[in-house]
Design a protein around this ligand. Structure first.
Ligand SMILES: [Zn+2]
Length: 334
């Protein structure tokens, strides 16, 4: 079978390899992959800014956003049926540690992939695979940031910095939660337009010197109750902090090791503002989203920016890296 694999040796690179179709063991099934998302984390794994924590060996098939059908059952498996339409949780717990699919073990940038039975999530018949595959991570990460870490309540004024793969879903999900107003901030005009389409009330350019006063004007002088950094950029964090209102919290979702600057630390303390770190999501967040999709509270059709054959994995990575066409999700189809 064809697999797009990351080779971690001296010359780190992505290669299309012909490898044997794996055999499912006990408690596993073999998935015939129908669709797999291309994520910025994959770009970072290839460019070396991210490295697997638990990988055994130095080659791994990428792809942690995966959907397909159950093709073969492992010995003794009864909790799934051949032909079941599923998406796969983006990771699994082993001895207390969370192993990430497509990072610490082989993922779904291949014709087939192994999956532990407890990581299968059945999907509705009317949910296309290319929309299902990126629910784990591209949708579940902002969902967890909004519901679990920020605990956004209806009618709260919120800000979203970075309207790419995560931020675009963030805007949509904040709309679902009843946050108001929703203020989106992104340097790209196309991303600002998209934010308004997805439900933002206002879209601003971070380079605008009046940004802070526009945020306070749009929130009736209150400032933001919650802000989200989906970009992982130090300047974004500094700007979002000065837009917070009393008791406001800034949630850090996009990853960067750059230092965080709090301009006006006294005000930050006086108003009881907070910084909250956020990473990933739990399996429950994924099943919640599938239920919300099943009952048509959310729709991810607009998130599929392009569908490419697996053989074009390198092209997909290059397009995401260069933000060509400002994609939300590029999906690979074996
Ligand atoms: Zn991802």
């Amino acid at each position: 079978m064809l697999a797009a694999r990351l080779h971690l040796g001296p010359e780190r690179h992505l290669a299309l390899d012909e490898v044997p179709v794996p055999e499912p063991g006990p408690d596993q099934v073999l998935i015939e992959v129908a669709a797999a998302g291309v994520c910025l984390s994959d770009v970072h794994l290839i460019d070396g800014t991210l490295t697997p924590l638990f990988l055994d060996g130095d080659v791994v098939t990428l792809g942690h956003e995966v959907a397909g059908t159950v093709h073969t059952l492992g010995p003794g498996v009864t909790a799934a049926k051949v032909g079941d339409r599923v998406l796969l949780q983006a990771g699994e717990e082993r001895n207390g540690a969370v192993f990430t699919r497509g990072v610490d073990y082989d993922g779904g940038w291949a014709e087939y992939a192994l999956a532990r039975v407890d990581t299968l999530v059945p999907i509705p018949d009317d949910l296309p695979f290319e929309q299902a595959c990126f629910i784990p991570d591209a949708v579940s990460t902002p969902w967890a940031a909004i519901t679990a870490t920020a605990q956004v309540r209806p009618a709260e004024p919120v800000g979203v910095w970075g309207v790419g793969g995560l931020g675009a879903h963030g805007v949509q999900l904040l709309r679902l939660m009843g946050a108001a107003p929703i203020i989106a901030v992104d340097p790209l005009p196309a991303a600002r337009e998209r934010a308004l389409e997805f439900g933002a009330d206002l879209a601003l350019d971070p380079a605008d010197p009046d940004l802070r006063s526009q945020v306070f004007a749009a929130t009736g002088g209150a400032g933001l109750a919650a802000a989200f950094d989906f970009a992982g950029v130090a300047a974004v964090r500094e700007q979002a902090i000065i837009c917070l209102g009393p008791g406001g919290r800034l949630v850090l979702v996009g990853l960067t090791d750059k230092p965080i600057t709090i301009t006006g630390g006294t005000a930050f303390s006086f108003f009881g503002q907070q910084l909250r770190g956020h990473y990933g999501s739990t399996p429950e967040h994924v099943t919640e989203l599938v239920k919300l999709q099943r009952l048509h509270r959310v729709d991810f059709a607009r998130s599929v920016s392009a569908v490419l054959p697996l053989a074009d994995a390198e092209k997909a990575v290059a397009a995401l890296e260069s933000k060509q066409g400002n994609p939300i999700r590029i999906v690979l189809e074996p």
